[in-house]
Design a protein around this ligand. Structure first.
Ligand SMILES: Cc1ncc(COP(=O)(O)O)c(C=O)c1O
Length: 523
């Protein structure tokens, strides 16, 4: 015990350091609880004051205007005072933040978030629980596991399903495709598996099929998995932007003829631009016939699992081998909060690695639930608490109702927009997006329309009046509303469309005058 007695004075010495008595607590512990409470109070007041003042969804500031303020900051010279750092933060961030809860924020898949989920952060962050092993997390591990089991049951994946929380749909898609690839390669005669030996010699024949309007994370995953973008075959979609089953058949037959190995089909339940849901049952049938892994990217449409009106739109999802769900989209949770689920928990072995210092094999064999055994990440936040607090405080039905409201709002907005001669809406909404462009009488040229619509978007953004997305459909630029705010009223969207057309009219009228230097960035 010589070691212990040597250590003891060091501990005493550290506890009696003067800075712990004379200075406000800097590290969180039981002595810092009052400072935590009062500091939180000041942060909450900042948010309150900022939001009470904010009229617009963004300030419209551009990078070159904000950048100089950052250049003046010396990170080696702290302000030594919370109020001073908050003042600084106000100028650098809060005054120009983009507010997703604002009715005129209609750009990307960002949702307003539930109050219990925010309060969960006030618990999870100070405790700083890391959920990778049981010995770091205890109940947090079981909370995450219970939510995974609950989600898998809602999907209908069966008794053997499992999964893990992820940082988002991108990571979930990567994880699912990595497992699908390794599972396919493991079954190849003469190949002992990717984990120890790397990819088999015929890896260049591996293919992933997905619709032409699926999320770019499929391509990204293919590249990260050593297969390259070229390993992704994009299947044409039909008029509703859903994967065309005839085209899928053709693509599969072409793979056969070319000696290619299609190992996964990614069906999207809620495409980013159109909200379209691929025909999952028909895709599942092809997967079963050919022994191909079916991954359903339900990052956007996953919230339908809770919908009382539209759950049936996800029919067939229960046949998936893996599913991506983004709680931080249609479950109204803060970023990050997502999951990757698999039908057969044994498949998770493809991403397991046992390290003596963290998650030894014997610990797993004894039944210790170390979540790191099934995650791409090691140290991982307790993101599950947000969803847990939401479900236990508000309930799942409330979330489903929010999504139903948003879907209804999109349909109403579609009908209202269709009544205008100067707005061309591409498709009826499948979930809650509307892809459209301002098209005044007499302007038919696609490049003129592109310039006009780009400028409308930039103008509204620059004035801080609205954040509208832009996308390209068949090479043509369009504006996009992504509606995820159940509190937004139809009148607010109608007024926004009127604002868009007013901006368009004045831009079109000024187009003969010398053109203004429009900025390329938006807020
Ligand atoms: C269909 C779809 N899949 C995957 C993703 C990626 O999700 P994340 O941004 O959470 O990584 C998105 C993001 O918008 C998406 O729309």
């Amino acid at each position: 015990m010589r070691y212990d007695t040597e250590l003891a004075p060091a501990i005493v010495l550290r506890r009696s350091r003067p800075d712990s008595r004379d200075q406000p607590p800097a590290l969180f512990n039981e002595q810092a609880l009052e400072a935590y409470r009062s500091g939180m109070q000041r942060c909450v007041e900042r948010v309150r004051d900022t939001l009470t003042r904010a009229r617009n969804p963004c300030s419209g500031i551009e990078p070159h205007e904000l950048q100089p303020a950052f250049e003046a900051i010396d990170l080696d010279r702290p302000l030594d005072d919370l109020e001073a750092s908050l003042d600084e933060l106000q100028r650098l961030y809060l005054d120009h933040a983009v507010y997703f809860h604002h009715p005129r924020y209609v750009a990307h898949l960002n949702c307003p978030i539930t109050l219990p989920s925010i309060l969960a952060e006030a618990i999870a962050t100070p405790l700083n629980t890391a959920v990778e092993t049981w010995d770091q997390s205890a109940g947090a591990t079981l909370i995450e596991q219970k939510l995974i089991d609950w989600t898998a049951a809602r999907v209908g994946l069966g008794e053997d399903a499992d999964g893990v929380f992820t940082s988002g749909g991108t990571q979930s898609n990567l994880m699912a495709l990595s497992i699908a690839r390794d599972s396919a390669c493991e079954a190849m005669p003469g190949h002992p598996g990717n984990r120890h030996h790397g990819l088999p010699p015929n890896y260049r024949q591996l293919r992933i099929l997905t619709s032409e309007v699926s999320h770019f994370s499929v391509q990204k995953a293919a590249a990260l998995l050593g297969l390259g973008y070229d390993a992704v075959i994009t299947v044409p979609s039909d008029a509703s932007k859903c994967m065309d089953i005839g085209a899928l058949e053709t693509a599969l037959n072409e793979c056969d003829e070319a000696g290619l190995i299609p190992f996964a089909i990614v069906a999207t339940a809620g495409t980013t631009d159109f909200g379209s849901i691929d025909p999952i049952p028909a895709i599942a049938e092809r997967c079963h016939q050919r022994g191909i892994w079916l991954h359903v990217d339900a990052a956007y449409g996953g919230g339908l699992l809770l919908s009382r009106r539209h759950r049936h739109w996800l029919a067939g999802i229960e046949q998936a081998d893996s599913v991506s769900i983004d709680y931080h989209k249609t479950f109204f949770q803060p970023v990050s909060c997502s999951a990757c689920l698999v039908r057969d928990r044994r498949q998770l072995r493809h991403i397991t690695y046992h390290a003596d210092y963290l998650n030894p094999r014997d610990q797993a064999e004894e039944g210790t639930p170390d979540l790191v055994n099934k995650s791409l990440q090691t140290t991982r936040r307790f993101d599950a608490l947000k969803l847990w607090m939401t479900l236990r405080t508000l309930g799942a039905e409330r979330l489903g109702d929010y999504l139903d409201e948003v879907i209804e709002l999109a349909q109403q907005a579609y009908r209202a927009m269709r009544q205008r001669d100067d707005i061309e809406v591409l498709l009826p909404p499948a979930l809650s997006t509307l892809v459209f462009r301002y098209r005044p009488d007499g302007v038919d040229d696609d490049s003129d329309l592109e310039t006009l619509n780009q400028q409308i978007r930039q103008t509204l953004s620059r004035r801080g009046e609205a954040v509208v997305a832009g996308t390209r459909v068949d090479g043509r630029f369009h504006l996009k509303f992504t509606l995820l705010n159940p509190m937004t009223r139809l009148e607010e969207l109608v007024a926004l469309v009127a604002e868009i057309t007013r901006a368009g009219e004045s831009l079109a009228a000024s187009s003969n005058r010398p053109s203004p230097v429009w900025s390329q960035s938006s807020c």
